[in-house]
Design a protein. Structure first.
Length: 468
């Protein structure tokens, strides 16, 4: 009964309704929690992909810094369009050998940009399990003079619609090489072979360790030593590019010590580009085969002169290609020999079988301009020089040749100069004679005319940027 004598009316289902409300609320909370966790997971996954993509892009930056620092752009490339064409060729040649591209290539797009890889939707892999990698696009820097480039890197992670991407860029400035190749006593683009004799210093002036040699030949072996002595170290551009079976290097004949202490992996030095046109206006004297005093003489192509007696070269001897020039008597150089940079070492040859000595360029108005030129002894990048016989040779300045060999029992001394050969062949430098000694390398006596160096690219300070 109720207080007023009525009866209670039971309300069925209230408890069930309240329970249902709680179940709905708990379900909604669970759904919200699930949604939050799922969203957080997706955001975390996206963040991870973004981080991996950025890391891949950063790897691309370092990859391109390495390669752009090692290209060799000719000094006559003066426009941005020429620059990008040359850059594509250099990078394609370098990367084809590296294995990073696989079967892919470096291309040039229709809008004159360098694309790495050239193939659509391709990338250079950084981490295969996460499908991370990068692609590169190199453009001009906005100028037309080829002074620099902009490297655009896109980093990737994942695949399809959920692929993460990041974009970064870095400006590079064009920088001329500094002639470091002349830090070596001998440097060659081909194979260097030591059979007998010695490369070293000049007693009382320089130690034997001055005679460092370097080869940028990419074919094994780049340096062969079967006898003789190399006083300094051997520089090559990769592992397993030497074949040393005899002789000594760095003062030791212990093969283990040679490989450990005296064979160095080096960054390929830039070789010079030779332009002998600057010397042509001085070579005004018509060649007379009977003359013994050769003043600013020009030897026409195909003359093939043989100097059997003593001769004096004053000023410049300009030799047109092709020619075979032989000195079997004594030759005194009061100037320098310049060979027209045409043909190759099979048709352009200089042979010295007699003594070679040097003196200063003589006085006189016809030699005034030539006296200001320094650092050159022989400038013959497409000619071979062969030293033989049993009489010594003594020159001053750098010898920039196609190839070189010595034989017989003649000693050769080079003052303030290096021996550089440009032929990328298996016979670029062959030492089979007695000794070749260096008072100084050419590092401190750079040629003041007739050569220029190419350029590479260095990052421009403060130019790095990230773009989403």
């Amino acid at each position: 009964m109720g207080p007023s004598g009525g009866t209670f009316r039971r309300r069925h289902g209230i408890t069930s309704a309240i329970a249902m409300m709680f179940m709905v609320l708990i379900g909604l909370m669970a759904l919200g929690f699930y949604s939050q966790i799922t969203t957080a997971g997706r955001l975390s996954n996206n963040d991870q992909k973004g981080a991996r993509a950025l890391a891949a892009a950063e790897s691309g930056i370092q990859f391109m810094r390495f390669h752009l620092a090692r290209v060799d752009i000719p000094p006559n490339v003066s426009t941005t369009s020429q620059l990008l064409v040359e850059l594509r060729e250099d990078l394609n040649a370098a990367m084809e050998r590296s294995g990073n591209l696989g079967h892919r290539t470096v291309g040039l797009t229709v809008d004159n940009a360098v694309a790495i890889p050239a193939e659509t939707n391709a990338m250079i892999a950084v981490d295969t399990p996460t499908q991370s990698g990068f692609s590169v696009r190199i453009t001009g820097n906005g100028s037309i003079d080829g002074s620099g480039v902009i490297c655009h890197i896109t980093g990737y992670s994942g695949a399809g619609s959920v692929r993460g991407t990041k974009h970064v860029q870095l400006h590079f400035r064009r920088d001329t090489y500094q002639g470091l190749v002349l830090n070596n006593a001998v440097a060659t683009r081909g194979r260097l072979t030591m059979v007998r004799g010695a490369l070293g210093g000049v007693e009382g002036l320089s130690p034997n360790s001055i005679a460092n040699v370097a080869s940028t030949y990419g074919v094994n072996p780049a340096v062969v030593v079967s006898g003789g002595a190399i006083g300094g170290n051997v520089g090559v551009i990769g592992h397993d590019l030497t074949a040393i079976s005899g002789g000594s290097v760095g003062g030791t004949s212990d093969f283990v010590a040679i490989q450990k202490d005296h064979v160095k992996i080096v960054t390929p030095p830039a070789f010079p580009y030779v332009d002998t046109a600057v010397f042509e206006p001085f070579a005004t004297t018509k060649f007379n085969p009977n003359a013994t005093n050769l003043k600013n003489v020009r030897i026409p192509a195909g003359t093939n002169p043989r100097f059997s007696g003593d001769v004096v070269i004053q000023g410049v001897m300009y030799i047109e290609s092709p020619n075979v020039v032989e000195f079997s008597g004594g030759a005194r150089m009061e100037g320098f020999i310049v060979f027209e940079p045409k043909g190759n070492s099979t048709v352009n040859r200089i042979t010295a079988r007699g003594s070679v000595t040097y003196g200063d360029v003589p006085p006189g108005s016809q030699f005034d301009a030539l006296r200001a030129i320094s650092g050159i002894s022989i400038l013959a990048p497409t000619a071979s020089l062969s030293i033989g016989g049993n009489v010594s040779a003594h020159v001053r300045g750098n010898l920039i040749l196609g190839s070189f060999d010595n034989s017989g029992s003649a000693d050769m001394r080079i003052d303030k100069g290096s021996l550089i050969t440009m032929d990328q062949t298996a016979t670029s430098v062959v030492f089979g004679g007695k000794s070749v000694s260096f008072s100084e390398t050419g590092a401190g006596n750079q040629p003041s005319a007739g050569i220029r160096y190419g350029s590479h690219f260095l990052p421009k300070d403060g130019s790095y940027a990230e773009h989403n």
